[in-house]
Structure formats: C-alpha cells, structure tokens
Design a protein around this ligand. Structure first.
Ligand SMILES: [Zn+2]
Length: 733
C-alpha cells in the first residue's frame, strides 16, 4: 500500500509539474549579449527591505528620487535564497523534480546567472555575504563571508573589492535578523534602519566613479517580521547608472527585472532571463543599438499555469486509496480533512505562523486534545483500556490534521506529544496488572526523550539546527561518549545472545563511533552495511547494528549521529509498552503502526532535514575521483537511500526484537496509516491549488508534495526492512 501511495504521489507530482512548466526547461545557456560600453556594477541586496524602510532611510530615499526606482514583487516563496536566485538569474524557478535533474550530473545551483555571465565575458566577480549564497560559490572570483552582524571589516572588504572587480555582490543580511526579532517601529528596529542607512551612505561616498550601484530588497516583511508565501510583502529597487533613466516606475516590477536592469548596466543582456519589450524605454542612449534592439524585439516567453481537469485524476485516486485502506467513512473523512486543509492553508499559516509569543506554538498545546481524548475515553467507560482508546483516536486525528509543512504546525515538532501519548496508551493497558513502576518508567522515558528528539529549528523548510545537541560542537569528547553509549545500548537491545556475549558485543558497538579510524575503513564498513541483506539471515540484525555503529561518523556530524541512534531507541519505548499488552486487538496494531510511522518520519528529520536540499551525498562523492560520480550516480543514490533510511531500518529491527513475529501486523497496519496520511496530503495539494487566489507554487508546493512522498517511503522502506528481517528470522528458526 505504501508503494501504491508513492506511485500516486509521483502521478500527482507529474500533473503539477506539467501544469507549472518551469523556466528551467527553457534555459538555452546562450551567452549573454555583450556591449563593450558596459559599466562596472555593485549590487547591494538589503535583506527584508520594505518600502516603508526605504522611505525611512534618507540615503536610499534620495537615491530612489534621483535614479530608476520601483516597488518590487518578491519571488513566490518570499524566502531569501529563492528570491536572490530570481534577482540574479532573471527567471522564476519551480520544479518538483529539481533533485532528479540535479542528481545525474550532481550539478546544483541556480543555472546561468549574472555572475556566471560576467565571468564568461571576462569580467571579474566578487561577493560579500553572510554565507547564505553558497549556490554561487562557483561563479565568483573571490568571496568573503561575515557572520554575526554588520561590521566595519565587512565594509572595508566590500570597498576593497569595488576597486578592482567588475561586479560586486553584497548581501546585507542583518536587517532580516532584526526584523524577525523586533517589531517595525520599535527602537531596536529603527536602530537597524539607521545602521543600514549608514552602510549605504559609506558605499555611495566611496564607490569608484566608474562603478554603478543597484540597491534592492529580496522581499519585504509584515509588521512582525514575517515573509511567507501568500503574504503581501513587496520590496523596492533603486539604481544609479547613466545607462538607465532616472524615473520612478509605476506598479510593481517582478524581482526578475533586477537581472534585466543589471544586464543593461553591465552590457550583459541574457536571452535566458525574463523581460518585456516595454522595459526598453528604461534604457538610455548610452546602450548599444544591438542590445536595445534585442530587448525591443523579443518578448520573454512566460510559461502559463494550467492544471485544469488533469488534477482531478490523482485526487480521485487518493480518495480511492483511502477507501481501499479504510472503507467509505475513512475516505470521506480523509477527503474532508485533506481538501479543507488545502483550501484554508494560506489563511491558516498566515495567522498561525507568528512571531514567538503572540499565540502558543502548536506543539505546546497539541497535547491538550490528545489528553482530552484519553479522559473522554476513561470517563465514558470507566475502564483504563478505554482511556487508551480515546488517546489513540485523538492521537490519530491530531496526526491527520497536522500540516504537511515543516514548521511548528507540522508533524516533526508535534511528535513530541504524539509519541509519549502512544507510549501512555500502551502502558494503560497493563499498568494495573502489576509492574506499574516499569510502566511509569517507560512513560517518563518517552516524555523525556521525545522533546529532545523533536527540538529542532527549520530554516527555509529544512531542519537546520538540532537544538538539544547543540552543545556537542563545544564538547566533542562528551558528545562522542554519549554517541558511543547510545550505540552500545542499541546493540544491547537488539542483539540476541547469552548475557556476557551480548555485553561484549554492546561494548564493541560502543567503540564504533568513538575509536579513531581512517575514512576509507569506515567506507568499507558502510559498503557492508549497504549489503546487510546479503548476510546469513540469523546474522542480519547483528551486522546491521555493528555496521551502523562503525560507519556512523562517515555519514553524519555528531548531533545527527546521536539522533539516528536515539530515534529507534525512543520508538522502542512505545513498542516496549505494547509488549506487555495481553490482548492484541486493533488498539495494539494501530498504536504500534503510528509509532513506527511517526518514529521513521522524525528519523528523516535527522538524516536529511526533511528536505531534498538536506540530502548530503558528499560522503560518497568525495571518494570517487574526477567525474566518476556522474557515471556511478546510481551507486551514490543507493548509498544515500540507505543513509537516509537508517532510522527506519533500525526501527524495523527494534520491532522484531520487541514484538517478535507479531510485529508483522504492526507493519501492515503502518502501511495503511501511511496511505491515509499520503491521501490527506495529496488532497491538501489539490485543495490548495483550487483555492481562490491561491499562490500555491514554488518551493513550498514542492515541499508539500515531497512530504507526501517521504511518508510513502517511510511506509515502504519500513515494510521492506521488516520483510528482509522477518524472512531472516523465519529461516533461522
Ligand atoms: Zn531575506
């Protein structure tokens, strides 16, 4: 069922992709049209600059009055990286299959852009940034990264670059950080504006006379600093150059116009960027006739957004999947939740995605309905078992309505409540049959572990910081000790043998991440890990645990190693609570199923940040000399899949160890749970696209569809891992 769900997601993705033909398909790679009179240019990108900010900055305000200026509509995602890509490439990007496109030649980045065009034309390019523009690393001659805030060292470096480079890109990131923390109009906010104005004054004063200046924002923000898809957050652009007219333009320019204008100034007009013939009126007589003619004649082809009826096919298929999995009522519920979620998605996120403290974060309150469900169950029937029923139903419903977006209203952060609730549910079934202390211990351990494993920070929809383990960077020895301990405990839990032997193997596993070993040796172990299913059946779990322990430092940085080991252990707590349940009915099946799904999903947060851009295959590529990785991309892909799904594989091993052969029911039920979740997300995508004035597109739409795909893969890879292990166990018996 998981694989059918995965296929349906691919169908949905294909329909959406064909409806939103990306500009990326139209890139010809043709060289920019050069003009020998082109001038040198500095582009200053002021992060999160609103039109009000610009009006309050005297230097920028007067620059806008004298030169070419306009209000600018930011990129769809309203996120820094995507917006800067639009400004520098002159194209809108939208592709769900971007990764697949990139994986073959392992080429990432924005494609042809102003920096690359400048270098191809023999001009030199320099960049000063805060480290967010890594995609352009290959397109600059020199780059300096400054972190932590604006400094005079940053300004000195920038003005040094201006002396001897033809194009200087400066990403002034600091106003964005302030606008997220201080409300518009507060004294801290005003200070940020003054500092930014001062920086701009220095630039204007010290800019070489033969260098022109373009100042633009990547996006604006609301009064409380937000800049999300669907919010109206315009920004501005101001240009000082003799090659464009000094005019304040009406209406809103698309951000892609920044590439056009900088192309006019530098004499590097790209046929791959977007423009309109009407824009030729901004060009002065200093620009070559050839360039002016090219702009006037050839309108940029703007791809149309057409979805129409083709969208109905996958949506009906998702409802059909839900009906097949759970019957007619389940299908109706799934359709209502999914479509409703999609129709209200933008309103809801605009309202809920607020600054810290305005209204409670969802993960701080989602335990309330779950607990209420348990209490209702208990009071209705006055039996502990029915408290479990209530908890389980409420947990399932909360899981169903959580948004498929990586934020505090998504699944990863709310797993902090979902997983302990499942453990409590399992324990209530046996807590009064004696051994209550074991039940209390299990519940407390789950309530302690899950908040740590879900305390993350999302940046651009990707998990970037694992807050509970941030201390590891400063105390690497202690971190290694913890990781060794986790590996040892995992081995102790999973390996079956006589006690002294088990302890010995646990110590061996604990040594794995700790003992210093050359990378190539760890690579050898990782290759063993990839072939773990080829080992004799009885030995598979043993090899799985040991090869994970010994290859882990090759695959992940310290904090992620801890998570990859911690997730299966913490999922094991729920499975452990099920072990003592005498009656193995539907509650038992669904509690186990939800635990292995949610555990596996959170595991993806640790291995790939729940985002395509979080997938790191560098650990394999760096061993392949030259361009070998381009020919061996399938090998790199396979290794990466194993790496990404390690927690899922370990959870399957955990299930087998704790629940024995009956774990099979848990995994078949997990496949059904996953299919329902995928159907909800698929219908949510449909609802979002059909919503009036929907701005469904861009990276956010891609990430929602990918979210459905991840769920399907968690189910599919879980079932596959289970089958491989169970066949092994059956043969060994
Ligand atoms: Zn920004």
């Amino acid at each position: 069922m998981s694989w059918i769900a995965a296929l349906l997601v691919v169908l949905l993705a294909a329909v959406v992709e064909s409806g939103f033909r990306s500009d990326a398909d139209a890139v010809s790679g043709a060289p920019a049209l050069e003009d020998s009179g082109g001038r040198r240019l500095m582009i200053v990108i002021l992060d999160s600059l609103t039109p009000e900010d610009a009006a309050a900055m005297p230097v920028l305000h007067s620059m806008m009055k004298r030169g070419l200026s306009a209000t600018v509509e930011p990129c769809l995602d309203r996120l820094t990286k995507m917006c800067i890509d639009e400004a520098l490439t002159g194209r809108q990007y939208f592709s769900l299959f971007g990764l697949l496109r990139n994986l073959g030649p392992l080429e990432s980045g924005p494609g042809p852009n102003l920096l690359r065009d400048a270098r191809s034309a023999g001009r030199s390019v320099a960049m000063v940034s805060a480290g967010d523009l890594g995609a352009y690393d290959g397109d600059v001659d020199v780059q300096e990264i400054f972190k932590g805030g604006y400094s005079s060292a940053e300004m000195e470096t920038l003005m040094g670059f201006a002396k001897d480079h033809d194009l200087v890109v400066y990403h002034y990131r600091w106003h964005d950080s302030i606008s997220h923390r201080a409300r518009m109009g507060s004294s801290r906010y005003k200070r940020s504006l003054r500092r930014m104005n001062g920086a701009l004054a220095k630039i204007e004063r010290r800019l070489p006379t033969d260098m022109d200046l373009m100042v633009l924002g990547d996006h604006g923000h609301t009064k409380d600093g937000r800049h999300l898809q669907g919010l109206d957050v315009p920004t501005v652009l101001a240009v000082r150059s003799p090659r464009v007219v000094g005019e304040s333009l009406d209406g809103r320019l698309p951000l892609t116009a920044a590439r056009f204008i900088s192309g006019v100034i530098m004499g590097l007009h790209s046929p791959d960027s977007r423009w309109e013939p009407a824009w030729s009126s901004w060009i002065t007589g200093r620009v070559s006739l050839a360039l002016r003619a090219a702009v006037a004649e050839k309108p940029a082809p703007v791809p149309e957004r057409e979805l129409g009826l083709s969208l109905a096919l996958p949506l009906v298929a998702f409802v059909g999947l839900a009906a097949w999995v759970g019957g007619g009522w389940a299908a109706l519920l799934v359709a209502l939740i999914g479509l409703g979620m999609g129709l209200g998605l933008e309103d809801f996120t605009a309202r809920v995605h607020n600054a810290r403290g305005a209204i409670p974060r969802l993960q701080h309150i989602s335990w309330v309905p779950i607990l209420a469900g348990g209490l209702i169950g208990l009071l209705a029937r006055r039996r502990w078992r029915d408290a479990w029923t209530g908890l389980l139903v409420a947990t399932g419903l909360v899981l169903a309505v959580l948004l498929p977006i990586n934020a505090h209203y998504g699944v990863m952060k709310n797993a902090t409540n979902l997983m302990p609730a499942l453990a409590i549910g399992g324990c209530t079934a046996w807590v009064f049959r004696g051994r209550w202390w074991l039940a209390v211990g299990t519940i407390l351990a789950a309530m302690w572990a899950w908040p740590h494993l879900t305390w993350v920070r999302f940046v651009n929809l990707e998990v970037r910081t694992y807050k509970s383990f941030r201390w590891m960077a400063e105390q690497p020895e202690l971190a290694l000790a913890l990781i060794g301990l986790l590996a040892g405990v995992l081995a102790l839990a999973l390996i079956r043998d006589r006690w002294p032997v088990r302890v010995g193997w646990a110590l061996f596993a604990a040594a794995g991440p700790v003992v210093p070993l050359p990378e190539s040796a760890r690579l050898g172990v990782f290759l063993l890990l990839c072939g773990v299913w080829l080992f004799p059946p009885a030995k598979r779990v043993f090899y799985l645990v040991q090869s994970v322990a010994w290859s882990l430092p090759l695959l992940f940085p310290l904090e992620q190693q801890a998570g990859v080991l911690g997730i299966p252990l913490a999922t094991g707590l729920v499975l452990f609570s099920l072990r003592a349940v005498p009656e193995r009915d539907w509650r038992w099946r669904w509690t186990g199923a939800l635990a292995v799904c949610v555990g596996g999903f959170v595991g993806l947060g640790w291995t790939m940040g729940l985002s395509v851009s979080g997938i790191d295959f560098g650990f394999l590529v760096r061993f392949l000399p030259g361009n070998l990785h381009e020919r061996l991309w399938w090998l790199v892909g396979m290794g990466t899949v194993v790496k990404v799904f390690l927690p899922v594989m370990l959870i399957a091993a955990m299930t087998q160890r704790i629940l024995g052969a009956q774990g099979r029911v848990v995994f078949t039920t997990a496949s059904r749970a996953v299919a329902l979740r995928v159907a909800i997300i698929g219908l949510c995508v449909g609802g979002w696209l059909m919503a009036p004035e929907s701005s469904a597109a861009g990276v956010k739409l891609a990430s929602v569809i990918q979210d459905a795909f991840y769920w399907a893969l968690v189910g599919g890879m879980g079932a596959l891992s289970w089958a491989a292990l169970e066949r092994g166990a059956a043969r060994a018996a």
